[in-house]
Design a protein around this ligand. Structure first.
Ligand code: GTP
Ligand code: MG
Length: 195
């Protein structure tokens, strides 16, 4: 997919009104530090347009990236970030849920899981909740470069079983370092969000 321009168009904090966009949206959900912003950079062919960090809890707003005046990538704050208070966690949970629940333009939800680890209780809740909202999330198994090649299939299966995904759900290994998986992810975006 050719990226002509990208623009961080809307940034929503806890109390912000969500935008009423007219272009299709795809959202990226997952625990803190799993690689949501890095994946968005990879898909946009930008090194660091979306801010990333080794410290979890970097993205604390809902960020809408306008790609080519064609589609929005929606970078969601991560869940499960231990260092914020329960009250802040609850507010963010509500905000993410409100977005997934109310957006009229949301066409596709990606749920990111670190390929090295079994899905956590939070990951399982998020997956179930997304399904209950009527979406069929595509799972991205992130940080593929951190695993030996011989281990990949075993770990993909671990995610499939751990989340108990609906039959036919794609699980795509992705590395923000090698960009492996990028084209496959763009194909799905074109298929489900840009038609
Ligand atoms: P929050 O905004 O805190 O929710 O995190 P996030 O999910 O946006 O994660 P982010 O993209 O900021 O990445 C977190 C850390 O993981 C950064 O240090 C990234 O460089 C690193 N990282 C992300 N993706 C990959 C990957 O595919 N491979 C490797 N090796 N590191 C990655
Ligand atoms: Mg982020």
């Amino acid at each position: 997919h050719v990226i002509k321009n990208v623009n961080l168009e809307t940034v929503c904090g806890i109390t912000s009104k969500l935008p009423e966009n007219t272009l299709p949206e795809v959202a990226f959900a997952g625990k803190s530090n799993v690689g949501k912003s890095s994946l968005i950079n990879g898909l946009m062919n930008r090194k660091s347009y979306a801010r990333t960090s080794q410290q979890p809890g970097k993205t604390q707003t809902i960020n809408f990236y306008n790609i080519n005046e064609e589609i929005y990538f929606v970078d969601l704050p991560g869940y499960g970030y231990a260092k914020v208070s329960e009250a802040v966690k609850a507010k963010w949970g509500t905000m993410i849920e409100r977005y997934l629940h109310t957006s009229n333009q949301l066409r596709l939800v990606f749920l990111l899981i670190d390929i090295r680890h079994e899905p956590s209780a939070n990951d399982k809740h998020m997956y179930r909740w997304i399904v209950e909202q009527g979406f069929n999330p595509v799972i991205i198994a992130t940080k593929l470069d951190k695993l030996k090649r011989s281990q990949v299939q075993k770990h993909v299966k671990q995610i499939r079983v751990g989340l108990d995904v609906t039959e036919g759900t794609p699980i795509i290994p992705f590395s923000a370092v090698s960009k492996q998986g990028r084209d496959e992810i763009w194909d799905l975006i074109e298929q489900y969000a840009l038609n």
